[in-house]
Design a binder for this molecule. Structure first.
Ligand code: ATP
Ligand code: MG
Length: 196
């Protein structure tokens, strides 16, 4: 399980997903689109969830093993990983006996102990952390983390959103299928005639 706001999904997400899948020999990585990202609520305008879903769907379409998850959208309300894992197991026969791994970048990992019903969460899933560029983040020692080394790409959705606004290049930071959805749906006020 690899949850995120994905506003928009970028190569940092995809490189992480395929490399963790390979390193841990996972059958699948579910990019789970957060319905209401409670950590981010109120701080900025978040792109409507159906648009974020469509972008992630486009991002994973041609990548074996990567799938987009809609569990949190169907559940509605704030998205808690502990509920998502329970729903996945209850609602999909293919996950009844699955072993779950939950992947987080180290910035998100630092906050895991504050996540809803954290104790229960650690019983449902192993937690996998990947480093992002920048200063190392102190992680809770209460968690038996699995660390996976992936290429550290200094790419974030925040930086991409500002690139859309100020016209700096998007090339190689975001994939063409995702850009297609952004253009079709006129997301991020992409300037008319922009080369993206
Ligand atoms: P924002 O800047 O809006 O917070 P983001 O780029 O951090 O966006 P999120 O949707 O917040 O993307 O992240 C979802 C998950 O992906 C988090 O666990 C985050 O740490 C991880 N992640 C995001 N970008 C990278 C990256 N470049 N490398 C590794 N992990 C990443
Ligand atoms: Mg983030």
């Amino acid at each position: 399980l690899f949850g995120g706001t994905f506003d928009p999904p970028h190569v940092g997400h995809l490189v992480t997903a395929v490399n963790v899948m390979h390193a841990l020999k996972l059958d699948q990585v579910i990019l789970m689109v957060a319905n209401v990202p409670w950590q981010k609520e109120g701080s900025r305008a978040i792109t409507p969830v159906q648009d974020r879903f469509a972008m992630v769907e486009a991002a994973v379409a041609a990548v074996p093993g990567l799938v987009v998850g809609d569990t949190e959208i169907h559940t509605g309300g704030p998205s808690y990983t502990v509920d998502t894992l329970r729903s996945l197991r209850q609602q999909n026969a293919e996950y009844v006996n699955a072993t779950f791994f939950t992947i987080v970048g180290d910035d998100a990992a630092a906050g895991v102990p504050t996540w809803e019903r954290f104790e229960e969460l650690t019983e449902l899933t192993r937690l996998v952390v990947v480093d992002r560029p920048g200063a190392p983040v102190a992680l809770s020692t209460d968690i038996d983390w699995i660390r996976v080394e992936v290429p550290r790409l200094d790419v974030s959705s925040t930086d991409l959103r500002s690139r859309f606004t100020d016209g700096r290049p998007l090339d190689y930071l975001i994939t063409q299928p995702v850009l297609g959805v952004i253009r079709e749906r006129s997301l991020y006020s992409l300037p008319i005639g922009a080369q993206a």
